[in-house]
Design a protein around this ligand. Sequence first.
Ligand code: MLT
Length: 306
Amino acid sequence: MPKVLVSDKLSPTAVKIFSDRGIDVDVKTGLKPDELMAIIGDYDGLAVRSETKVTAAVLEKATNLKVVGRAGIGVDNIDIPAATQRGVVVMNTPYGNAITTAEHTIAMMFSLARQIPLANASTHAGKWEKNRFMGVELFNKVLGLIGCGNIGSIVAERAVALRMRVIAFDPYLSPERALDLGVEKVELDDLIARADFITLHTPLTEKTRGILNADAIARMKKGVRLINCARGGLIDEAALKAALESGHVAGAALDVFTAEPAKENILFGMDNVVCTPHLGASTSEAQENVALQVADQISDYLLTGA
Ligand code: MLT
């Protein structure tokens, strides 16, 4: 009987699926790296979210491991080259939390446009600052999507319904799909120059790291607003801070940060920055979906090799 370790908090649905399919499953969360290394040799499969760091050192001890499944999209916490070298398959669940993350993006965009977090804090403090919080409409604004895949395309559909004018930079977006979505496919420079709001929906790779750096930010429209629910390293945080201070960028809504968990960040405390602690995928529906999908995928692989 194959053995699977669940080392991050997953919905109990995942454990039930493993057991129902005849897989021996242990749930041990919050393990320190040396604790994980001490036991990983016993397992054929490992199911994680983002807390467990599947490093080369962990993989070296994982002498029976055949598969690592990430309940979520990003596999940044898994050393893919080291896994590949050892013949360990790495899988993710690219669809399970896409709607949830797209909805968070839209929520962040509204929060930014109407300064809802700041107005909320002020109203709770008894200030009634009605004149302080002048917002902007989303209607008719140009929304620039950097990345129009699983999540970006759902954001596009929602934004089109809000009557925004949606433009997208994505080398993998076909003209037919763009037409279907009602978005205009553009080059990055064009997007940067035209957008009133820019949202990122791309993985963090060597090509995309700092895609919104000081140079890109300088070429944006004055008063642009940025939303990032993808990965922290996509925006140069120091350049963003300078642009927020100068007023060139009117605001930023950030769910992700260069270093996480982000207990400190140079952008914290700024009035024109809305922050959440990487909540993009945090709904009960999405967590159920990704747990179920990762458990099925790992089981399929271990039981049938498919
Ligand atoms: C993901 O990669 O699935 C999301 O960023 C959510 C997460 O990491 O929890």
